[in-house]
Design a protein around this ligand. Structure first.
Ligand code: SF4
Length: 356
């Protein structure tokens, strides 16, 4: 039996044709870190995100120039675009008119019920969804005062209040996120929210940090929730190229065997028995395969202790020797490959797997 709990049943929404919730596959999303008004740079980054498997992309819309860029960006990309807006409801209206596929707003910070109503009305007319994105760092003052700090209960109260506001305008295509920058509060807040609403949940740990710390926090926070059956779309947050967010997102889903995308690489940590430059081989193979979608298992091992065993179980494997590696395919020894041909050989073998 799987240790992953049965997925919590949520309502389904659609973002530019990509279904979220209601049993749809858990999607991986990211956010650009270019200036949105710089159309060329933003489109270039979105193309790299698409190639890495990103399924929904969010852009910051802090001003009128960003609103103006949306339609041109939309014409040049093939995944749905979500406009992220704070404070100014006119930007939200502009983004919807410019063709954004969804909005991320905090209804509480865009200027009162009348303005929220205007946004909800237009979003409803255009059939686009709204994510309510509650962050521990920007809770309403009154709620903060009552709870003393941004506790999970305080964050969920804020989220429920925003939901109620949107629903009072007959708007129900809602997705919810409730993020803190630490794992414990994030997990508790999502668990509480999942027990109180059935809106689809966008799960992530906010401002998680650098590649190592952000990956660890995200893998734990998102992983614990997914194992609980909570989460319909995920965003890993890292202080670096967002393509890495998508890579880490898929690695989390792959590790939990929730979704498979692209090669799954098993490699040993190396030790004093390793007589080839395995770190270099693994890194080169991994970066060459970022855009591949075929699920192939690759074992890249340093020596004959665990090498042949792991390499035999994978679709394609290498067990290192002195200046060479032994190539395995589907459990059978194929041939010896010199060290300087290992990367090329592994990539050729993945290519062959894709064709079969
Ligand atoms: S497979 Fe060999 S080289 Fe790699 S860690 Fe194990 S013993 Fe060391």
């Amino acid at each position: 039996m799987s240790f992953i709990a049965r997925r919590k049943q949520t309502r389904q929404i659609s973002i530019g044709g990509v279904k979220v919730g209601g049993g749809a596959p858990i999607t991986v999303q990211s956010m650009t870190n270019t200036f949105t008004h710089d159309i060329g740079a933003t489109v270039e980054q979105i193309h790299r995100l698409e190639a890495a498997g990103c399924e929904l992309v969010r852009v910051a819309v802090p001003d009128a120039a960003a609103v103006e860029a949306i339609s041109s960006i939309k014409e040049q990309i093939s995944i749905p675009l979500i406009a992220d807006i704070h404070f100014d409801y006119r930007l939200a209206l502009g983004a919807v008119r410019a063709g954004a596929d969804a909005l991320r707003i905090n209804p509480g910070n865009i200027g009162g019920a009348k303005k929220v109503k205007a946004v909800a009305k237009l979003a409803l007319e255009r059939g686009i969804a709204i994510r309510i994105g509650v962050n521990a760092g920007s809770l309403e003052k009154e709620i903060l005062k009552r709870y003393g700090s941004a506790t999970p209960e305080a964050m969920v109260e804020s989220a429920l209040r925003h939901i109620e506001l949107l629903e009072s305008f007959d708007f129900h295509d809602i997705k919810l996120s409730i993020k803190a920058s630490d794992v414990a509060r994030t997990v508790e807040a999502y668990r509480l929210a999942a027990s109180k609403t059935d809106f689809p949940l966008h799960v992530g740990v906010t401002e998680a940090g650098t590649l190592v710390s952000g990956t660890v926090k995200s893998a734990l926070g998102i992983g614990i929730l997914l194992a609980d059956g909570i989460g319909d779309t995920i965003r890993v947050s890292l202080t670096r190229d967002p393509v890495d967010e998508v890579r880490v997102g898929f690695e989390i889903l792959k590790a939990l065997k929730i979704r498979q995308r692209g090669p799954d690489i098993i490699s040993c940590p190396t030790c004093g028995r390793c007589e080839i430059d395995l770190v270099d081989v693994v890194e080169r193979v991994e970066s060459a395969l970022i855009t591949k979608t075929t699920p192939v298992q690759l074992a890249i091992m340093g020596c004959v202790v665990n090498g042949p065993g792991e390499a035999r179980e994978a679709d394609i494997g290498i067990a290192g020797g002195k200046g060479h590696g032994v190539l395995f395919k589907k459990g059978k020894v194929v041939r010896k490959v010199p060290e300087d041909r290992l990367v090329e050989t592994l990539l050729e073998e993945v290519e062959k797997c894709e064709k079969t």
